[in-house]
Design a protein around this ligand. Sequence first.
Ligand SMILES: Cc1cc2nc3c(=O)[nH]c(=O)nc-3n(C[C@H](O)[C@H](O)[C@H](O)COP(=O)(O)OP(=O)(O)OC[C@H]3O[C@@H](n4cnc5c(N)ncnc54)[C@H](O)[C@@H]3O)c2cc1C
Length: 386
Amino acid sequence: MGIVGAGPAGLILSQLLDRAGIDSVILENRDREYVTERVRAGLLEQATADLLDELGLGERMHREGLVHQGLYLRFAHQTHRIPLSELTGGRSIWIYGQQEVVKDLIEARLAAGQQLHFEVADVSVHDFDGDSPRIEYTHEGERHVVDCDVIAGCDGFHGVCRPAIESALTIHNHEYPFGWLGILATVPPSTDELIYTNHERGFALHTMRSPELSRLYLQCDPHDDITNWSDDRIWEEMHHRFETDDGWQLNEGPIVDKGITPMRSFVVEPMQHGRLYLAGDAAHIVPPTGAKGLNLAVRDVRVLAEALISFYADNDSSLLDAYSATCLRRVWRVQHFSWWMTSMLHLIGDADDFEHRLQLAQLDYVVSSTAAATTLAENYVGLDKV
Ligand SMILES: Cc1cc2nc3c(=O)[nH]c(=O)nc-3n(C[C@H](O)[C@H](O)[C@H](O)COP(=O)(O)OP(=O)(O)OC[C@H]3O[C@@H](n4cnc5c(N)ncnc54)[C@H](O)[C@@H]3O)c2cc1C
């Protein structure tokens, strides 16, 4: 197996295949430090956490991660709790940084003696229309070739695998007129569970990475420059957006990381062409409001690993043939949920307009109807059957 990309998708795929005795080579164009320090997702669905346990990689997550049984929706300056576990038969979510998951996976891959090459350049994929695909790349000035049975394109949104088959794909792309300004601050979280806020100045989210590290986001102009946002300006805006009528206080602390991310919904269909299979962000992007990107990437490679194991063990390609259709059912469910959460929580027109009144009515319904709250809860912790 040739795997392009050492993000969560590529690393977990390699781990799953190794367990079944299938060798893989992972090629990553960044250095190891960059990959393990990149601050991105931090919320694991129950099924993702369970998979890390199953793979023997959950030890640090259990020690350092946080389990949450609910989340808060804040609007009209009031806070309402959605009891996720109570509404989903006891399922919960884990707060454990993506970079920590990646660190654990890289260590496991190297300890197992699997090939994982960082800092490769000029990766290109070839002959995936036939039975003998190959990947070419440059490492330390030398050109190399990986002859493989199958190529997994786990190289994220800006990788090379999707463009290699783009003419065979249908692309669905929806860009939002806002982005997220995200900060990481060395200050204990001001909340025990995540707070999603709909405010007349725009959306805000309070999440965390540990009992000492807070992660917060503000809706912003996606084209804004982060240098326009001094730390003081960020905290001032956070205070506005999280304000409540009950005197709730937001803790401030040193900001150690900040950046602006645009938001989009993106899907390609099909997620495969010949012997090249796309997984994770290479095939789809969701707006982060539903906290699904990492979880969806993990789900794709679970499906792909199962299909490959059947292909190698029984010479049966039926699961591989069905890979895209199997994944896309969940991809579209998750796309809808992420779009729904985004549409309900972000300021789209201005605070007095019709859209905003509809959002408030929808939020009021979600927090006052068990059926509506359950819809949010079961999608948030991750659906089993899709
Ligand atoms: C700011 C931010 C916050 C997020 N928050 C959340 C969240 O709370 N919850 C959630 O579930 N998701 C979240 N996400 C999304 C989540 O981080 C991604 O969905 C996840 O990283 C997807 O994993 P992946 O392995 O598919 O892709 P990636 O993590 O992007 O990994 C792809 C890898 O391929 C490498 N690569 C790229 N091109 C090449 C090439 N040509 N050759 C070799 N290697 C290459 C890249 O360097 C990278 O290491 C967030 C994303 C961002 C940006």
